[in-house]
Ligand binder design. Structure first.
Ligand code: ADP
Length: 396
């Protein structure tokens, strides 16, 4: 079956068509600058990218342009749209309502809408994408795959914030965690690759991309994760501060004359490695600057690695041990130097890294030595494939 995987952001839409039998990507691309000038990128397997500047006032036009590109007689990967058997939608926030992926119905959309105030930037865009697809592909089954669902197994002691209990009861204030599709995919895959029994394992997944989070996966279930009510908590990220004393936020806001929205904007968009380095949110720029002797770039990199290592240490305590540490996403997959910096803090766990193996980029690879007490792996994540698999499982 061909599955169209859709990931809608506030002004963008990423897509892939995956043949679920061979698990090959038939075409992929994205729509950018939706609501502004509009840009469609379409890339069929084995061919060059086609880039078209084209107006797309809303996500509905964007979806229509994607569908047209997929069946374009010249370069389309499909003859007709009926070759799409199902659509899998990434949905950011499922609150406590969704503990796993689900077939999308009117009722489900209503329930997702109830989670909107937990993810005001993301969920409304996800719903617009879903509605656009339902309008343009009536009768095609659609599945929602939630970033939060995998972490719904966390015990209450892990997900509660120590604030008055009524805020949890009245408003659902708690840790939810994100990147769940990736943490689920990578924890399962690393157990497979390592020949471990997932149901009897202690795995820590470090998803280190522009957004970054660590999770503790005990016997196949997430028992803790570094992101919280929103993706702002936890690690130092590209532009997000991660953990910070809330009093510092009040202090900065007062000094700078910022309201809540202004302060949150600083923490979400102007902080992290960008804020500290004053150079870039992209690790490649920072690594280049560090090589040239830039001290702030070097500090930002050190802060990032230190924070990751602290979470790994905490999660080893949460699980009373750790068997496997997996690195994934942009930085985790591609950069041995940063992985090495994180792992250097973890020798106390009995982790020993094979420097040569750790040079790997973008491929599955064991990076710990044969006699290391804890195994470490690089496992490329594949959220689109995970969404396609979940989708097929529910529509078949
Ligand atoms: P997201 O999906 O959250 O946007 P990604 O998982 O694509 O993020 O990761 C993006 C980050 O990965 C960027 O900071 C980028 O610099 C970093 N990255 C990608 N390739 C490399 C590399 N070879 N070395 C270091 N960092 C890399």
């Amino acid at each position: 079956m061909n599955v169209l995987v859709i990931n809608c952001g506030s002004s963008s839409l990423k897509y892939q068509v995956i043949d679920s039998d061979s698990e090959k990507v038939l075409a992929k691309g994205l729509c950018e600058r939706i609501g502004l000038d509009g840009r469609l990128v379409y890339q069929p397997a084995g061919a060059d990218k086609e880039i078209t500047e084209v107006a797309m006032p809303t996500h509905k036009e964007a979806v229509k342009l994607v569908l047209d590109a997929l069946v374009n007689p010249k370069s389309g990967c499909l003859k007709e749209l009926s070759e799409i058997g199902a659509v899998g939608h990434r949905i950011v926030h499922g609150g406590e309502k969704f503990t796993k992926s689900t077939l999308i119905t009117d009722e489900v959309i209503k329930t997702v809408e109830e989670c909107n105030d937990l993810a005001p930037l993301h969920n409304p865009a996800n719903i617009i994408g879903i509605n656009a697809c339902r309008d343009l592909m009536p009768g095609v089954p659609m599945v929602g795959v939630f970033d939060t669902a995998f972490h719904q197994t966390m015990p209450q002691k892990a997900y509660m914030y120590a604030v008055p209990y009524k805020y949890y009861e009245q408003y659902g204030v708690r840790k939810y965690g994100f990147h769940g599709t990736s943490h689920s995919f990578v924890s399962k895959r690393v157990a497979e690759v390592a020949g471990a029994d997932l149901k009897n394992s202690k795995i820590i997944v470090c998803h280190l991309g522009n957004g970054a989070s660590v999770s503790a996966v005990l016997n196949g279930e997430s028992i803790d994760t570094s992101m919280g009510l929103s993706p702002l908590e936890g690690l130092v990220m590209g532009t997000r501060s991660g953990d910070i004393d809330p009093s510092a936020v009040e202090f900065i806001a007062k000094k700078e004359g910022l309201d809540f929205a202004g302060a949150m904007n600083v923490l979400n968009k102007k902080s992290g490695i960008l804020g500290v380095s004053e150079i870039s949110s992209d690790f490649r720029d920072l690594l280049a600057a560090e090589k040239e002797g830039n001290k702030k770039a070097s500090l930002a990199i050190d802060m990032f690695a230190y924070r990751v290592a602290k979470y790994v240490g905490a999660y080893a305590a949460a699980m009373n041990g750790v068997d496997i540490i997996a690195f994934t996403a942009g930085v985790g997959e591609n950069n041995g130097y940063l992985r090495g910096k994180v792992c250097a803090y973890l020798e106390f766990l009995g982790l020993s890294i094979d420097a040569k193996a750790n040079e790997v980029a973008g491929e599955e690879q064991k990076i710990s030595t044969a006699d290391s007490k804890v195994a470490a792996y690089v496992i490329p994540t594949n959220e689109e494939l995970a969404i396609a698999r979940e989708t097929v499982a529910l529509v078949k």
